[in-house]
Unconditional design. Structure first.
Length: 168
């Protein structure tokens, strides 16, 4: 199978054909190809009045603010609930890792990025479905938690990441 669901559907369609006249087959294949190549709808292109979901990151019994409907406009609306749910899970895991770094006195502050000490972050290898530690000095991505200690980062994999991912 490929990474394109529409193309996979086309392959299944072709496999399912028994006896179809050539002209009909050609038209059906062209129709399926058009569907496969059609531009996908942007789930973040929410028009007025359309139902949308918001990633407002309110966790059980940890309310830091009571949200009003008007406050939701500060968030990016999305029509696809599964995208928002996945974003919430990633944000929640990142919050748990940040908390773990602070609790273990291994959090990297903004000021520390200017020094040349090593920092450690957790990466996921999707080929092997495993986690590993990446070492950086002065380059970071926007949404990762960094640790001042490799040992604490390894401990975070065991105590935070693996249990969290197993609960999804």
């Amino acid at each position: 199978m490929t990474n394109n669901k529409e193309f996979d559907k086309l392959i299944e369609f072709v496999k399912s054909i028994d006896k179809v006249e050539t002209k009909d087959l050609e038209n059906k294949i062209l129709e399926e190809l058009k569907k496969a190549n059609a531009k996908k709808e942007n789930p973040f292109d929410v028009k007025n009045g359309e139902k949308a979901y918001f990633n407002n990151l309110i966790y059980t019994k940890l309310y830091s603010k009571i949200w009003k409907y008007e406050d939701l406009f500060d968030y990016v609306p999305c029509k696809d609930k599964s995208i928002v749910e996945q974003r919430q899970k990633r944000h929640h895991l990142n919050d748990l890792l940040e908390k773990f770094a602070y609790e273990n006195n291994a959090n990297v502050t903004d000021k520390m990025w200017k020094d040349e000490y090593l920092k450690y972050c957790i990466r996921r290898d999707y080929d092997t479905d495993s986690y590993y530690i990446e070492t950086v000095i002065t380059v970071s991505d926007l949404f990762s938690t960094y640790f001042t200690s490799k040992e604490v980062a390894e401990k975070a994999i065991t105590e935070v990441v693996v249990p969290f991912m197993e609960c999804k």
